[in-house]
Ligand binder design. Sequence first.
Ligand code: TRP
Length: 344
Amino acid sequence: MAADTVTSRARVVSGMRPTGRLHLGHLVGALGNWVPLQEKYDCFYFVADWHALTSDFADTSQLTSYTYENVADWIGAGLDPEKSTFFIQSLVPEHAELYLMLSMVVPVPWLERVPTYKEQQETLKDKDLSSIGFLGYPLLQTADVAMYDARFVPVGEDQVAHLELAREVVRRFNNVFGGSAPGGDVLVEPQALLTTFGRLPGLDGDKKMSKSLGNTIHLSDSADEVRKKVMRMYTDPKRVRADIPGTVEGNPVFTYHDAFNANTAEVDDLKARYRAGKVGDVEVKTKLSLALNARLDPIRERRAAVLAKPDRLREILFEGSTRARRAAQGTMERVRDAMKISYK
Ligand code: TRP
């Protein structure tokens, strides 16, 4: 066996759609969680480019460039292609085959009742979300993780329902086809690993930092852009003067301090003075932008180094996809054997 297939560590799989540049929400919600998992697990991280098509099928002009840029951000944030396998979903077409096989055993209402299905149809009115592809989104996600026998799937809370569906689908598939497999199970039931920090609010205080709301700080923003965006951030609206006591809880500037400022003594001091009406917004925000830039500087540096060598980045993704594909072909042989549709 090749060295890279020998591992006793449990498998972790997670993916990200290449729908735009990555922002602080991705750093807190996904990447910050993915990075430490590399030390304990056999991690497969991938760009879910097919998933990006489920809501934006008509405009694919930036798909591949976002893919490369996003992976540069991953490496910037500390993901290491020497430790983990990075791959591109569409370079492992077995995902489509497993998705098709799963679609045979999954009733349509299971997908219709996934909460994100109707929610997104209602909120993203400008998009055509009536396709089979969009309905099948969580089923493709199931294939993504079941393909690699993922035990754990690090995701944000918005994805928990998808993982619940994945577990049900795997159980159903194992019930139908598991009888002939050694040990009874063909596919492994995945488990969500919830991100620790949860959701980062937007610069405008909205519940969520998101591209569509235009309230983001990108990992690729310059130090100056970060400073300007922080200076415009929403704070306590009732505090019209610096000598009025302010509220720290739910105040995005302090949520960001908690998330990004490593100097906890400074954060505690700012909070105390803010509550007492003894500090101005400018000082709180200046310290935040310094802390943020200190966190982003090494990311920017690594990201720039990666983007300066596009051939190496391509090689990382192609090599990773080859490795992922070998694993996927093994799984598909097992699946075809269990389904008794393997021709030898
Ligand atoms: N649905 C995930 C998201 O929007 C992306 C994704 C696709 C994914 N396939 C996956 C995440 C498999 C974890 C595992 O964030």
